[in-house]
Design a binder for this molecule. Structure first.
Ligand code: ADP
Ligand code: MG
Length: 209
């Protein structure tokens, strides 16, 4: 992974969040407090605007800076969680190297582990982790098997979509929606939706390049 790619991915991610304003805002209005779109827009816009300062950095340092920026720009539950993802990913790349897709997948998985630890949540609790955990597992599995990158991207987009859709039938046991009990059933988790959109945007960018 190169820093140029991180910069392009940041732009693609910001774009998909803005394109999906209505979806993200309505989902968080239904089972949260309605601020998820604003939070994500603020964070992704700040990161897309960092391209000049990121350009000269190695990938691990760029990702760490992104994490720090998210900590100071996204409020709510999702800010510190996404910040810890990028900082843990950066740490893993720095220690483990960044020269292969497998190293990238292992760093992604370390980022997801950091979210699990910080938020004390797991799969099945109707959060972003319902997308991120299966995607991380699949990413590591496929890159360990040396799968073609196109196949990896297609599979990760599919896994992310399945995980996002699965949150619809769940009761929330973490985050704001946890207070709603059965009333949360029938609604997709906003954080799961934004993570699915971001994964889709990054995979599409890889497929295009
Ligand atoms: P807030 O909930 O503070 O208003 P956001 O609306 O930006 O913050 O983010 C809400 C999303 O954060 C939820 O949809 C869920 O995916 C995610 N989330 C909340 N708590 C946790 C947690 N403990 N672990 C993982 N993700 C969580
Ligand atoms: Mg919210």
């Amino acid at each position: 992974m190169k820093t140029d790619f991180i910069i392009n991915a940041a732009k693609a991610v910001q774009q998909t969040i803005i394109t999906n304003e209505h979806t993200l805002e309505s989902l968080d209005r239904e089972i949260g407090d309605g601020d998820h779109y604003i939070n994500m827009k603020r964070g992704t816009t700040a990161i897309a605007g960092m391209h000049i300062e990121l350009a000269s950095l190695p990938p691990a340092e760029a990702l760490n800076k992104i994490g720090l920026k998210l900590l100071s720009t996204i409020g709510g539950a999702s800010g510190p969680l996404l910040a810890s993802f990028f900082m843990a990913m950066a740490k893993m790349l720095k220690e483990n190297g960044d020269e292969s897709n497998l190293k990238f997948a292992e760093a992604f998985a370390a980022g997801v582990q950091a979210i699990i630890q910080r938020g004390k949540a797991d799969i099945g609790e109707k959060t972003m982790l319902d997308v991120l955990i299966p995607v991380a597992d699949q990413f590591v599995l496929l890159t360990t098997q040396n799968c073609d990158v196109k196949l990896v991207c297609a599979s990760l987009m599919h896994t992310a979509e399945q995980g996002m859709l699965a949150t619809k039938s769940l009761i929330a046991t973490k985050g704001r929606a946890a207070g709603l009990g059965e009333r949360a059933i029938g609604h997709i988790d906003p954080g799961a939706k934004s993570c699915q959109l971001m994964i889709e945007a990054v995979c599409n960018l890889i497929l295009k390049e």
